[in-house]
Design a protein around this ligand. Structure first.
Ligand SMILES: C[S@@+](CC[C@H](N)C(=O)[O-])C[C@H]1O[C@@H](n2cnc3c(N)ncnc32)[C@H](O)[C@@H]1O
Length: 156
């Protein structure tokens, strides 16, 4: 099986954002991992339609809690994307099998999650801007991972 990057979402709030991220991951060849509880029902039409249309079931994984997520990652790096980091993502050397974790739309990730993760990166922004939309930030960082790894899973 091909090694793919993994985009993980911590308790996402907004089904349209999660759907957009699923579509990006499906088109660019990344797995997606969703840490529950979500702020919407997994049966939500807006979410389900995109998930079913775009994502192969084997490439989407749900965790019942953040504890389940962390215990499944003993041998892999988890990278937290947060506006609070000091290191910019473009100086970091990504591995194809990294798990890149994004916080929830309303509040990022809580302190307990910050404390569990060593590698934290930011996407630099113009001064005094709060944050990017989560789906935009996933696209930026996933594209950088794939670029650094020469899009090596692609057939062209
Ligand atoms: C809408 S933002 C969350 C905003 C939230 N109020 C906060 O303070 O973290 C959702 C997620 O997108 C990612 N994100 C957005 N802008 C980012 C940036 N400039 N650098 C790194 N991650 C970013 C982070 O993972 C963040 O938790």
């Amino acid at each position: 099986m091909k090694i793919r990057p993994k985009i993980a979402l911590y308790e996402p709030d907004i089904p349209q954002n999660t759907a957009a991220i699923i579509r990006t991951c499906a088109c660019l060849g990344s797995n997606i991992e969703i840490i529950q509880p979500c702020g919407f029902l997994l049966s939500d039409k807006r979410f389900k339609r995109v998930a079913m249309d775009y994502m192969d079931e084997k490439n989407i994984k749900f965790y019942k809690s953040y504890k389940d997520f962390f215990s499944s990652k003993k041998n892999e790096r988890i990278i937290l994307m947060t506006t609070k980091a000091s290191d910019p993502y473009y100086k970091f050397k990504f591995k194809m099998n990294d798990t890149i974790l994004f916080g929830r739309e309303s509040a990022g990730v809580p302190d307990k999650i910050h404390k569990l993760i060593k590698i934290k990166l930011k996407i630099p922004m113009i001064k005094n801007k709060r944050s990017l939309n989560i789906a935009s930030s996933v696209s930026i960082v996933l594209a950088e991972n794939l670029r650094q790894n020469n899009f090596k899973n692609y057939g062209y």
